[in-house]
Design a binder for this molecule. Structure first.
Ligand SMILES: Cc1cc2nc3c(=O)[nH]c(=O)nc-3n(C[C@H](O)[C@H](O)[C@H](O)COP(=O)(O)OP(=O)(O)OC[C@H]3O[C@@H](n4cnc5c(N)ncnc54)[C@H](O)[C@@H]3O)c2cc1C
Length: 348
């Protein structure tokens, strides 16, 4: 029988990030109706209340490493804390969320515990009890999917966000058993010599990339093209797009053609950078819904929409790529007018 350990950390606000609940949901799929040994391990500053939020998940035990040194993400302290949890539980399977904090430290953990690690897991097939566990992930820019298993244990499965049903259940007080990787005086200088002085975002302007948003709003090159009056209206486009993002709390994606325009010396939307680009050579976001505007819907772009469940598009061209089975609904309309109306309805 497998022994499952779910590794989690709290974020700066002291809460479990959304993806932590997805990792827990993924781990629950491995339990075969509750037969497996199933432990939770949480690291952070003050972790009591976060543990209570998942109190009803059915874990046989809850372990934690709580220390002021763990309020920040730092390889040395995180590795020591996670190593102590693994030593305590002796798991065969470890499930963890793919946060930037864990993405930095889990490969090191795998080496330290002599285990194997697979990242970007999008599906887990527990099989029947006693059967091999299979995992799935995508390769080659999300164009090929592999289903695989491993005999090696411990096996760390780092799950991607947006791919698993988040665990939802009762909160409740838990008997959190504290584990300490350090002697009485806390972590030594050898693990805390890296000082975390803060976090800087990669963007200087408005925060437009919101991975947790329900809606992905995608702007295509049409926003910067000449319109029916023979003129471009880039400042108006920018105002409409930013207004919509604010009103709908949506995340902003873009086609390659639009983000490339800055390097081609054309008038550009200043709210966009290459970080917004969706597609084969861009990102593959995992929002529930997507709305493409002034974007043709060409294959290299649509590759990035693979995980977006509900897709709609606004395009002047009834024969655009979206209309060929790539979107659920295509509104053949002027996106300037549509978004203006939407912003009115949203009160922005
Ligand atoms: C190797 C390779 C990799 C690539 N990778 C990517 C990638 O990762 N991501 C990506 O996006 N592209 C990628 N591309 C480019 C891709 O093939 C397309 O060229 C690009 O996606 C087109 O962008 P677009 O739809 O915004 O622009 P266009 O094709 O110029 O389409 C603009 C659209 O706007 C519409 N429009 C104009 N005005 C309005 C209006 N007022 N209202 C409504 N609609 C309007 C037009 O009808 C038109 O359909 C790649 C290409 C290659 C060769």
């Amino acid at each position: 029988m497998e022994t499952i350990l779910v590794l989690l950390h709290i974020d700066e606000s002291g809460n479990l990030p959304r993806i932590a609940f997805e990792a827990l949901g993924a781990a629950c799929e491995l339990r075969h109706g509750g037969n497996a040994n199933f432990a939770i391990g949480i690291i952070g500053g003050d972790i009591e209340s976060a543990a209570g939020k998942i109190g009803g998940c059915g874990a046989t035990s809850f372990f934690g490493v709580s220390h002021p040194a763990l309020e920040v993400s730092r390889y040395g302290t995180d590795l020591a804390a996670l190593g102590a949890l693994v030593e305590k539980v002796a798991p065969t399977l470890i499930v963890a969320p793919s946060t930037s904090r864990f993405a930095r430290v889990l490969p090191g953990l795998a080496v330290r515990i002599g285990g194997q690690i697979d990242t970007h897991i999008t599906s887990i097939d527990p099989g029947a009890e006693g059967d091999a566990v299979f995992a799935e992930r995508w390769y080659y820019r999300q164009r090929m999917k592999a289903k695989f298993t491993r005999d090696a244990r411990p096996w760390i499965l780092v799950v991607d966000g947006g791919a698993f049903e988040p665990w939802k259940g009762e909160t409740g007080s838990v008997a959190l058993q504290m584990v300490s990787p350090w002697a009485e005086g806390g972590p030594g200088d050898n693990v805390t010599r890296t000082q975390v002085s803060g976090i800087e975002t990669g963007e200087s302007g408005t925060q437009t990339i919101r991975p947790d948003a329900d809606l992905l709003f995608v702007a295509g090159a049409g926003w910067a093209k000449k319109q029916a009056d023979g003129q471009t209206h880039v400042p108006k486009a920018e105002k409409l797009i930013l207004g919509f993002l604010e009103g709908a709390k949506a995340s902003l994606g873009s086609s390659k053609s639009l983000v490339d325009q800055s390097s081609e010396g054309q008038a550009v939307l200043t709210c966009l950078s290459h970080l917004n680009q969706v597609g084969q050579t861009g990102t593959t976001p995992r929002h529930q819904k997507g709305l493409a505007t002034c974007c043709h819907g060409e294959e290299p772009h649509v590759v990035g929409w693979r995980f977006v469940q509900e897709r709609r598009a606004v395009n002047l061209d009834a024969n655009c790529g979206w209309a060929r089975g790539k979107a659920d609904v295509v509104y053949v309309a002027d996106a300037f007018e549509v978004v203006e109306k939407l912003n009115d309805l949203l009160g922005v």
